[in-house]
Design a protein around this ligand. Structure first.
Ligand code: BES
Ligand code: MN
Ligand code: ZN
Length: 496
């Protein structure tokens, strides 16, 4: 999707689809009022009929109105004027874009001045609109024959900016929004790819491609031989059963000062999770191709921050393997030694995410990171706790918690802070090793985070369990989350 901002009057906009705001109690937005005046009350007449009440999610398409050059008007409900919440605004914009997409309109125009959201400025509105516009027209049909691919006409959105003064501010917000939206689409693409294509080696090639296109970004791939030398027994144990070799992918972006400590983001990249010898049930197992969505969000975020030329040093890490059952797969009861020296009794080979993560989390100690955020589709239990709306956040540092909460609120890529109190740690006790890799049926997301906390003592750290938020079962597909959250978190570090 192409986006532009323009200092123009909405009533005279030449566009295929003019999106106008209707608020509850028959109140028109300022843009809608202008068009209503130009069209001799055509919109108020429709309102009178009651075909649209102004609730978020409602839309009504009108064909060309007298005195207004737009080919169509998309009346869109935004809730009570002055009281529209973030969520209502997102719902309304998504509905408006869906309505446009349902027509043959090639472009849409919005009037920023008439959109009012409680406690949000034009920059916020712009970034949300850009992100939602890109999402509305996202498709993944590269594996369909031409005849089966959906033709989408909608390809451009123009934002009308009323005053010249804010033009620059809006243009900057469009640029940031575009970078994040492109990062999300890239993350979705990687997530949606089939697992016979998107292997650990494929992810490594993607990282190399990104590094080639970006100055100040370099990539290092650690292969299984080097993993052995580094003592990464946990990571290696997961790929024992697979014909695909594991890859630890390290991307270094040096956008900041040489002396600045880097921030690290570490993604789980299980390109297919069968469960291993602790085999998962058959139904829905295809969804376990999404078990690399953490890794995909790291690539998407690296793309976004390098597009934006963020003045910050960032290490993007992907710890990638395929979890398969076979004669060489690890078994329940196996004991492995992690890079940290701590030993782990593998009681369930399906708890493999923490095994690939722990060695990566030890490896990055060498960068003395300012903060580390890991991102993982780690537990089914987090879906039970939080559903598809909030990512589970666990941390050993209050500052990181606050910063992530703020970034989540701003982007509406939301998180919920979960505990990792010491009381839970004993669930990981093992009679034979330093710890077991599972903590029993209670609080599965928390004991998974407790496991990781044993490898992250040397730096401020947060763990994001994205099993519920990074992909959906219905309609099937990756969501591009938490790229907005991670990008905003990193942006916020440059303001400190
Ligand atoms: N990749 C799964 C978690 C998952 C489940 C992600 C559903 C997305 C949707 C993870 O590797 C896993 O299998 N976790 C186990 C842990 C258990 C064995 C302690 C789980 O959640 O059942
Ligand atoms: Mn698993
Ligand atoms: Zn998994």
């Amino acid at each position: 999707m192409e986006f532009q901002s323009k200092n123009a009057q909405v009533a005279s906009a030449k566009t295929d689809a003019l999106i106008l705001a209707v608020y509850e109690n028959k109140t028109l937005g300022s843009g809608a009022q202008a068009v209503d005046a130009a069209s001799e009350g055509a919109i108020s007449a429709v309102l009178k009929h009651g075909d649209i009440s102004g609730k978020p999610g409602e839309t009504l398409i009108l064909q060309a109105l007298k005195g207004c050059p737009a080919k169509r008007i998309v009346l869109t409900g935004f809730g009570k004027h002055g009281d529209t919440s973030d969520g209502q605004f997102r719902k309304a914009i998504a509905a408006a874009f869906a309505a446009v997409k349902g027509t043959v309109a090639k472009d849409a125009t919005l009037d920023l001045a008439e959109l009012v959201v409680k406690n949000r400025d034009a920059t916020w509105l712009t970034r949300q609109i850009v992100e939602l516009g890109e999402a509305a027209t996202y498709t993944f049909d590269q594996y369909k024959s031409k005849d089966n691919q959906k033709k989408i006409h909608f390809a451009k959105t123009t934002l009308c900016v009323a005053d010249k003064a804010s033009e620059k501010e809006i243009a900057a917000a469009v640029a940031t929004g575009k970078a994040i939206a492109a990062g999300m689409s890239y993350t979705k693409d990687l997530g949606n790819l089939p697992p016979n294509v998107c292997t650990p080696t494929y992810l490594a090639e993607e990282a190399k491609k990104l590094a080639k296109a970006v100055e100040k970004l370099t990539v290092k791939i650690i292969d299984e031989k080097e993993m052995k030398e580094l003592g990464m027994g946990a990571l290696l144990s997961v790929s024992y059963g697979s014909a695909q070799p594991a890859k630890l992918i390290i991307m270094e972006y040096k956008g900041g000062k040489k002396s600045d400590k880097p921030h690290a983001i570490v993604g789980k990249g299980i390109t297919f999770d069968t469960g291993g010898i602790s085999l998962k049930p058959g139904p829905d197992m295809d969804q376990m191709k999404f078990d690399m969505c953490g890794a995909a969000s790291v690539l998407g975020t690296m793309k976004a921050i390098t597009d934006m030329k963020l003045p910050l040093n960032v290490i993007g890490v992907i710890t990638s393997a395929e979890n398969m059952p076979s004669g060489t797969a690890s078994r329940p009861g196996d004991i492995v030694t992690t890079m940290s020296g701590q030993t782990v009794e593998i009681l369930n080979t399906d708890a493999e995410g923490r095994l690939v993560l722990c060695d990566a989390l030890t490896y990055i100690e060498r960068y003395e990171p300012a903060s580390v955020v890991d991102i993982a589709t780690l537990t089914g239990a987090i879906i039970v706790s939080l559903g598809a709306h909030a990512t589970g956040m666990f941390s050993n540092n209050d500052t990181v918690v606050e910063q992530l909460k703020q970034a989540a609120d701003y982007t509406q890529d939301r998180v919920w802070h979960m505990p990792i109190w010491d009381d839970y740690q004993s669930q990981l006790d093992s009679p034979f090793a330093d710890m077991a890799n599972i903590g029993g049926p209670k609080a599965g997301s928390i004991t998974a985070a407790c496991f990781l906390s044993r490898f992250t003592k040397k730096y401020p750290w947060a763990h994001l369990d994205i099993a519920g938020t990074s992909f959906l079962g219905q309609p099937k597909g990756a969501t591009g989350r938490p790229v907005p959250l991670l990008t905003e978190y990193l942006i916020s570090q440059t303001r400190l």
